[in-house]
Ligand binder design. Structure first.
Ligand code: HEC
Length: 92
């Protein structure tokens, strides 16, 4: 019985930490991973630091590194896109 429980826990852990290109949902990922240190208000505050699309991408990379998620490039890009579409709205 304990063994079954152990395996179940492993599956849950694996499925929540393994984020791969195909089924990456930026909104969900953001909701569950990116709101621990700051909420989405930092993206719209008047003195926000990010002021261009390339800077947004490097900030996303930095925060991903802090988080230790090691996202793939594709996922970084879709997360950047998501933030831009919803908050920053830089010209592409
Ligand atoms: C380990 C804590 C931590 C986590 C987790 C985190 N961030 Fe951050 N983030 C920060 C800090 C600290 C700042 C700088 C806040 C400041 O300047 O006041 C920041 C700032 C930002 C900014 C820039 C805001 C601005 O001023 O324009 C963006 C964009 C951002 N984070 C995106 C993300 C994304 C996307 C994730 C999820 C992958 C994430 N963050 C997760 C700590 C974190």
């Amino acid at each position: 019985m304990k063994k079954v429980l152990f395996i179940a826990v492993c599956i849950i852990l694996f499925s929540t930490t393994a984020q791969s290109g195909e089924d990456f949902h930026p909104e969900k990922f953001h909701q569950s991973n990116c709101t621990g240190c700051h909420d989405s208000k930092v993206y719209t505050r008047s003195n926000r630091r990010v002021n261009s699309l390339p800077r947004l991408e490097s900030q996303v990379r930095m925060c991903d590194a802090n988080l230790g998620k090691k996202l793939f490039d594709d996922d970084i890009l879709s997360l950047t896109q998501y933030l831009n579409d919803n908050y920053y709205r830089f010209e592409k």
